[in-house]
Write a protein that binds this ligand. Structure first.
Ligand code: BES
Ligand code: ZN
Ligand code: ZN
Length: 501
């Protein structure tokens, strides 16, 4: 999809497909539906009366081969809901809704009447969100089908009479964000045999090329030398070599402390000797989504040239069962010297993250953020609606809420207190990888991770087990089945808050 901005009115255009918007206005009795393109409003009076067009947010109605105008072949009317309640998120969903009709229409040149989007203040955020919706909505998991639905590239022109420089910036930002989110999704959607730790590392190196990011990959020998006993312990059970991926971006003075993003890069999790049930096990190819999403975050930060220093760290391995696999009862030593006993080999994410968090701490960072498909308990608690996050730092919590508010990604702070830490004490080692208590499995997992972060460093852990994939029932810009790329946009927005600190 090629998207451009045109400083012109969309009235009296000649185009394959015209996208216009419908809003509702609260009236005394019913709410009134208005198509914000006068000519169309008059022509579609009947469709409004018969409720084919309701103006509800999320609605996109395609009229094909219209006879109304010689110069407009197809028309898509996209609902934005009540005009006083329009938000960027509504525009994001409007973009995805409009996009879903492009394929059906077979149009290749598309014009959007953006003057028809009501806005009280600047509408640059709306342009950004709409474009994000178009591109995020266009992502499909068809890379592995021989007859992939690869569409001809559509040219989308967004008509805006009051076009300013900021709109062009917003367009660029939207394209970068959507492309990096779609990149993260592609990594997540790749199956375990085609997304091994080595392949994930190669993908990170390839994506970093030309962005100014320095990529360093540690192999098994180096990981051993670096005393990453957690990562090695899990990797023992796999014939694939583990990798430790380091991406570094310097967009500010070297003296400025970096923002460190850590992601779980478990390319397939069968549970190890504490094996998972067969049903649904294939979904565990998604266990590297945290890693994919922080790699994508760093690529976006670099492409947007944010004035921050940022590092992404991804410990990557499979959790499998060869003859050398770690066993329940085994004890391993993390990079900071803390020991842990394995009481369930399926609680492996926290083990590989322990070393990465130690390394993150050593970077003396401004903040540490980690993302991991860490616990089934998170899915039970919040489903695929909110991403739960854990932090004991109020300032960081506020910054996260602010970032998520602006991107429309739903987050929810979860509790983390000393009681959770107490539940993770080991019998034979410093720590156990399983809680001795009942319930609160996501919080006790977070408490385990906390043992590897210097308490003076603001840290937040995002458990994306519920939102990392198949989050699309409500969000038309996320695939119904497939990786979501969740938190990439929010992490970038969070990074922006550190530009001028
Ligand atoms: N990768 C899983 C967590 C997971 C489960 C993510 C379902 C998404 C959907 C993780 O490695 C795991 O298996 N965790 C265990 C921990 C338990 C053994 C303490 C879990 O949540 O059951
Ligand atoms: Zn597991
Ligand atoms: Zn896992």
């Amino acid at each position: 999809m090629n998207i451009s901005l045109v400083q012109k009115s969309a009235k009296k255009l000649q185009t394959d497909l015209l996208v216009a918007f419908a809003i509702t206005k609260k009236g005394k009795k019913d709410s009134e539906v208005i198509i914000t393109h006068d000519e169309l409003h008059t022509s579609f009076k009947k469709s409004i009366a018969s409720k084919e067009i309701t103006g509800k947010s999320g609605e996109a109605v395609l009229f094909r081969a219209t006879n109304f105008f010689d110069e407009v072949h197809n028309i898509v009317i996209v609902g934005l809901g009540d005009e006083s309640e329009i938000t960027p998120e509504i525009l994001r969903q409007a973009g995805a809704a409009a996009q879903s009709q492009f394929k059906t229409s077979k149009a290749s040149s598309i014009s959007v009447d953006f003057d028809g989007v009501p806005s009280k203040n600047s509408n640059t955020q709306y342009v950004q969100a709409f474009v994000e919706g178009l591109l995020l909505g266009a992502y499909a998991v068809d890379h592995f089908k021989t007859k992939s639905g690869k569409e001809k590239t559509e040219a989308v022109s967004i008509y805006l009479t009051a076009l300013k420089k900021e709109h062009t910036e917003a367009l660029k930002t939207a394209i970068t964000l959507a492309e990096t989110v779609n990149f993260a999704r592609r990594l997540g959607d790749s199956p375990g045999n085609l997304m091994t730790p080595t392949i994930l590392a190669n993908e990170a190196v390839a994506a970093a090329k030309g962005t100014g990011i320095k990529a360093t990959i540690w192999n098994k020998a180096r990981i051993k030398k670096e005393k990453m006993g957690g990562l090695l312990g899990v990797a023992q059970g796999s014939d694939q070599e583990p990798r430790f991926i380091i991406l570094e971006y310097y967009g500010a003075a070297k003296s400025k402390k970096p923002l460190v993003f850590v992601g779980k890069g478990l390319t397939f999790d069968c549970g190890g000797i504490s094996i998972k049930p067969s049903a649904g096990m294939e979904e565990m190819k998604y266990d590297m989504c945290g890693g994919a999403n922080v790699i994508a975050t760093l690529i976006a930060i670099a492409k947007l040239k944010l004035k921050v220093n940022a590092i992404a760290l991804v410990p990557s391995t499979e959790n499998l069962i060869n003859g050398s696999a770690t066993k329940p009862g085994d004890i391993h030593t993390a990079r900071n010297g803390k020991t842990f006993e394995i009481n369930n080999t399926d609680a492996e994410g926290r083990l590989i993250l322990s070393d990465a968090l130690c390394y993150a701490t050593e970077q003396k960072p401004e903040i540490i953020i980690d993302a991991a498909t860490l616990t089934g308990a998170m899915v039970v608690a919040l489903g695929n609606i909110h991403t739960g996050f854990f932090t004991r730092n109020k300032d960081l919590k506020n910054k996260i809420d602010k970032a998520a508010e602006s991107t429309g990604e739903l987050v929810w702070q979860m509790p983390l207190v000393d009681h959770h830490v107490a539940d993770m004490k080991g019998t034979y080692a410093d720590l156990s990888n399983m809680s001795s208590g009942k319930g609160a499995g996501s919080a006790t997992a977070a408490a385990f991770l906390e043992q590897f972060v210097d308490s003076k460093i603001p840290w937040a852990h995002f458990d994306i087990a519920g939102t990392g994939w198949s989050a699309g029932n409500r969000l038309n810009y996320c695939p119904k089945k497939g990786a979501s790329g969740v938190m990439v946009r929010t992490f970038v927005e969070l990074a922006k808050q550190y530009e001028n600190l």
